[in-house]
Ligand binder design. Structure first.
Ligand SMILES: Cc1cc2nc3c(=O)[nH]c(=O)nc-3n(C[C@H](O)[C@H](O)[C@H](O)COP(=O)(O)OP(=O)(O)OC[C@H]3O[C@@H](n4cnc5c(N)ncnc54)[C@H](O)[C@@H]3O)c2cc1C
Ligand SMILES: NC(=O)c1ccc[n+]([C@@H]2O[C@H](COP(=O)([O-])OP(=O)(O)OC[C@H]3O[C@@H](n4cnc5c(N)ncnc54)[C@H](OP(=O)(O)O)[C@@H]3O)[C@@H](O)[C@H]2O)c1
Length: 479
């Protein structure tokens, strides 16, 4: 009789697809069970781990990226292997995962963006925040995004933390960005930028702003920038006053905004205009390029999920040579897995993938993070989320069908036969050192490698210092 799963004689083999925060936190929760033997392959389509911590968290927020030290320790656990540059749907399919792993968790985040659904959305110069952020973070898929900062004004749609990041990066003194790990191309473009006015457009009122108070305060304190707030847009309707009463974040935001409106302008060379109760109705162009954004003034009315914006028929046109639509990320369907198009998640119950039609479970398949619950939440929110998924996986152990070929070497043979150049964690550590060394030469925390081919060439050239097996990097700038 075969030994039971998750015992020393037959460790549980798990594939975690996606090495972002949710993948790492799910792995951490599985590894925390010292009474069980677990062996995890962390698979990522990129050679580089850490998902949005590397390619999303703003370059001028280095402290937040220090969470990678926790993830690095996990990746160095002898029970974990990193399979970078391996993409689910390209290099490995569902049949492969079922053959080589007892359970698989999809933690692939949100790779795309929500649409605004207005005319002109696809004009040149109109970008989703998914693309724009990836561009300034030097994500391999967005190196050639045609970003033109030659106009004097830009519009950012949405007032979540991503919108605030984008507005800050657009308005910040490039001299300050030059000390970060921002992409060289973005730094050059921002240094030559002619943008003086950034309009941040919120469809609802200040009480409904999704951004958090520290991020809002940072905008107020940005050197060389005035945050412009129209006091009349801070006046609250009865519904907003009721919402405010038990929303501490909204109370703090409103206090910051009121103080800002009272303080007035200092005559700073650049301005961020925080506008409330306006919805884009059209992105207007000329010669195929964005020239302006037309907005409609809103009022708030009770809707299905709290107060909703309703157009008033009053319109305004703002000149803008760039529009960044920061209205949310969106997960994409994964080959051979069900997908809920409306919520843009893989349908699941507490992390267990289910058939949306019948509600029946798809045995052995799980989800975590943004593809499980939608594209909201801080890095830390993925910890309880991953723990919930891990708990479901372990609770399901008795009914789990063992994989036919659970040996780690079997999946390596398959990838080799398919010509996949797998990047392991020691490889990543060598790339990491190279980036940090390149940064040190120019007084920056790191200079990121861009194209995947460039990363693989650096590894295969053989002139990178080897990293002693299982050793954490010395204390160094992260990401
Ligand atoms: C612009 C931005 C800035 C943010 N800043 C902060 C911040 O300052 N502080 C904070 O607390 N939170 C921040 N967040 C939120 C935080 O980044 C998310 O909560 C978190 O990254 C979500 O984790 P995830 O693992 O679900 O997804 P992700 O981080 O997106 O990770 C998904 C991983 O899956 C991989 N992948 C995708 N498809 C495949 C495939 N087919 N095969 C293999 N691998 C695949 C990707 O390459 C990626 O590495 C920010 C989010 C954004 C968008
Ligand atoms: N520093 C940080 O801690 C940090 C930085 C970046 C991101 N994050 C986190 O990452 C997650 C994702 O952030 P996010 O900013 O992408 O999402 P978000 O917080 O959900 O904000 C999305 C914004 O877009 C607006 N919006 C949505 N659809 C719209 C439409 N059709 N027209 C106009 N506006 C529209 C929303 O307004 P409504 O409220 O009206 O829907 C909201 O203002 C969040 O949890 C965020 O906190 C954290």
């Amino acid at each position: 009789m075969a030994p039971p799963l998750a015992t020393a004689a037959r460790p549980l083999r798990v594939a975690v697809v996606g090495a972002g925060p949710s993948g790492f936190y799910t792995a951490a929760a599985l590894l925390a069970r010292k009474d069980l033997a677990v062996s995890i392959d962390l698979v990522d389509r990129l050679p580089t781990p850490y998902g949005l911590v590397r390619y999303g968290v703003a370059p001028d927020h280095p402290k937040i990226k220090e969470v990678v030290r926790v993830f690095e320790r996990l990746a160095l656990d002898p029970r974990v292997r990193y399979l970078g540059n391996v993409e689910y749907g390209r290099d490995l399919g569902l049949d492969d995962l079922r053959r080589y792993y007892d359970q698989a968790v999809f933690a692939v985040g949100g790779q795309s963006d929500r649409r605004l659904g207005v005319p002109g959305e696809d004009l040149e110069g109109s970008h989703s925040s998914t693309a724009f952020v990836a561009w300034y973070s030097r994500h391999p898929d967005f190196l050639d995004l045609p970003v033109d900062l030659g106009g004097e004004a830009a519009a950012v749609v949405g007032v979540g933390n991503v919108a605030v990041d984008v507005a800050r990066v657009l308005a910040r003194d490039p001299g300050e960005l030059a000390r970060t790990d921002i992409s060289d191309d973005a730094l050059a473009a921002l240094s030559a930028s002619r943008i003086r006015d950034v309009h941040v457009l919120s469809r609802r009122g200040p009480v409904q702003a999704k951004c958090s108070p520290p991020e809002l305060k940072e905008l107020v304190e940005l050197s060389g920038v005035d945050l412009v707030v129209d006091p009349t847009e801070l006046e609250l309707d009865p519904g907003s006053r009721a919402e405010l009463a038990d929303d501490v974040q909204a109370q703090k935001n409103l206090e910051i905004l009121r103080a800002c409106a009272e303080r007035g302008l200092t005559g700073a060379p650049r301005r961020i205009h925080l506008r409330f109760l306006v919805s884009p109705v059209e992105i207007a162009g000329e010669g195929g390029r964005v020239r302006a954004i037309r907005v409609e003034r809103n009022r708030l009315e009770p809707g299905r999920d709290g107060l909703a914006a309703r157009g008033t028929g009053v319109f305004e046109t703002l000149a803008a040579g760039l529009v960044v639509r920061a209205v949310g990320y969106r997960s994409l369907p994964l080959p051979d897995l069900p997908f809920d198009e409306r919520r843009a998640i893989v349908p699941n119950q507490a992390g267990r993938v289910v058939d949306p039609g019948t509600g029946a479970r798809l045995p052995g398949l799980y989800v975590a993070g943004w593809v499980k619950r939608g594209p909201t939440g801080l890095i830390g929110s993925n910890k309880p989320d991953g723990a919930e998924t891990a708990a479901a996986m372990l609770a399901d152990l008795p009914g789990t069908v063992p994989a036919a070929e659970p040996e780690a070497a079997a999946v390596d043979r398959l990838l080799a036969a398919r010509g996949v150049r797998r990047v392991d964690f020691a490889d990543w550590q060598r790339l990491d050192r190279l980036e940090v060394a390149r940064g040190a030469a120019s007084g920056r925390p790191r200079v990121k490698l861009g194209p995947i081919a460039e990363m693989l060439a650096a590894l295969d050239a053989g002139d990178l210092e080897p990293v002693p097996a299982g050793e954490a990097q010395p204390k160094r700038p992260v990401m």
